[in-house]
Design a protein around this ligand. Structure first.
Ligand code: NAG
Ligand code: NAG
Ligand code: NAG
Ligand code: ZN
Length: 415
């Protein structure tokens, strides 16, 4: 090949590499600001709705609330003027988001699939397939549907001994793409149920039919690996520039009423209509067809909270008291190993109003007995980017609490 063609080929190649580059967050800062008056509240609502290059990371609902805001480096000058002009009290929470992202995975990455690092979607899929191949009597592959980009949404059904009539438990991972610890927790628990030698855990594992879904938002999860570590939504396109729906606002329950955005570019976009996303639509149909569903556990991050229904109202409905009582024992058990503190309460009371979430939809329509959302580690130091060194401690403490929830629920005759 002539040299000039070779150079041309290299040039073309380097352009195509550029196309696959990842989003970077060098010197992106996160500030917490306190809303003290109406003028400040209106300003933050405006920024939340229109972005202007910032990202308000929690809805500015009312005075006396704190909100977190992601500030790109080129907006720092403007942002400090805003702080001064509107006399906000503010605190720098994170100085350089990219540094946190760079330190997420261990420096020496093992090629084995273990819980010292996070796994890609391809790795998760091949791990599941291997498990099913090794233990076909107990495990069955399940495919709950196809994502917008055509990926299968896979999971496994674990039924040790293939008994009939067992109650079913869902363990659901990664509805929000960037919450990688969610998926790591679900795969860890599956492994624990399969391999633990502890007699009580073996009994628990054999007692139920476990429906284990490591990644619901498969397109988003993949995108958070290949293109943007901070991606949250699905990947359906709306208009020229806006992509994705918040799947956990897209369920058909008080759709788009609170804690959602009608703007397709925002992170909490509820979608054009309920179940507009193939992922939520097919997943809801899958759940609606489970004959014996006793428990639903949805894993999110972050904040260290154990949440109960509902997100659409602050009223304490259905078997709230029962779940709260069990939850108190669960967060106490969770705390034993590492003194990790979880808050307990309904979504709307402890976190924020959020309509169209999966927990609300399931509880409201099917009154499933045992329903919890975990907001996993941490409390904000690393936010969605929990260092991989914390995966195992997180999983150990969460499993302690899950064990208590199911044991207590059995005592009450609800699981
Ligand atoms: C949000 O912004 C859009 C346009 O950017 C505007 O049409 C809409 O009225 C705004 N909503 C609120 C509540 O400010
Ligand atoms: C599990 O049991 C069902 C019937 O209850 C049967 O159809 C199926 O073949 C069994 N699977 C295995 C792997 O034994
Ligand atoms: C739900 O709880 C009720 C008791 O309140 C119990 O009779 C029922 O069997 C439970 N359902 C499941 C699927 O465990
Ligand atoms: Zn989430």
């Amino acid at each position: 090949m002539e040299l000039r063609y070779l150079l041309l080929a290299i040039l073309v190649l380097s352009f195509s590499v550029n196309c696959a580059e990842k989003a970077r967050y060098d010197n992106y800062r996160i500030y917490e600001i306190i809303i003290e008056n109406d003028e400040q509240l209106e300003l933050l609502k405006d920024i939340e709705n229109n972005s202007y290059g910032y990202e308000v990371m929690r809805f500015p609902n009312s005075i006396d609330k704190k909100v977190e805001i992601l500030v790109p480096p080129h907006k720092l000058g403007e942002f400090s003027e805003i702080i001064e002009n509107f006399q906000f009290k503010s605190q720098l929470l994170m100085n350089n988001l990219q540094e946190i992202i760079d330190n997420e995975q261990p420096k020496e990455r093992s090629s084995r699939l273990d819980w010292t690092r996070y796994w890609t979607l391809t790795e998760i899929t091949s791990w599941l397939k291997q498990l099913v191949a090794n233990q076909p009597d107990d495990l069955q592959m399940i495919n709950i549907g196809t994502s917008h980009e055509g990926r299968p949404i896979l999971g496994v059904k674990l039924n040790i001994g293939n008994g009939t009539g067992k109650k079913q438990i869902i363990l659901e991972g990664t509805m929000h793409a960037r919450e990688w610890i969610s998926t790591a927790t679900v795969t860890w628990i599956l492994n624990e149920l399969l391999t633990s030698e502890i007699p009580e855990i073996k009994v628990l594992a054999a007692n139920y039919e476990w429906i284990i879904l490591p990644v619901i938002n498969v397109d988003g999860y993949e995108y958070s690996w290949t293109s943007d570590r901070m991606w949250r939504k699905t990947r359906q396109r709306f208009g020229r520039l806006c992509v994705g729906v918040d799947p956990n606002r897209n369920f058909d329950n008080f759709f788009n009423q609170a804690g959602t955005s009608p703007n397709p570019c925002r992170n909490t976009y509820a979608g054009p209509f309920p179940f507009s996303e193939p992922e939520t639509k097919q997943y809801s149909e899958f759940m609606a067809n489970l004959p014996n569903l006793a428990g639903y556990f949805s894993f999110h991050s972050f904040g260290q909270m154990l949440l109960l229904p509902y997100g659409y109202t602050q009223e304490l409905l259905d078997n709230y008291d029962e779940l709260y009582e069990i939850g108190q024992k669960a967060v106490a058990a969770l705390r034993v190993r590492y003194r990790t503190r979880y808050r307990l309460g309904s979504i709307a009371n402890v976190l924020y109003y959020a309509t169209g979430n999966s927990l609300d939809w399931l509880k409201y329509n099917y009154q499933t007995n045992v329903t919890y959302v975990y907001e996993l580690r941490d409390r904000g130091l690393n936010r969605f980017i929990l260092p991989a060194s914390q995966i195992i401690p997180n999983c150990l403490e969460v499993f302690d609490s899950l064990f208590v929830i199911l044991t207590e629920a059995q005592k009450k005759g609800i699981a």
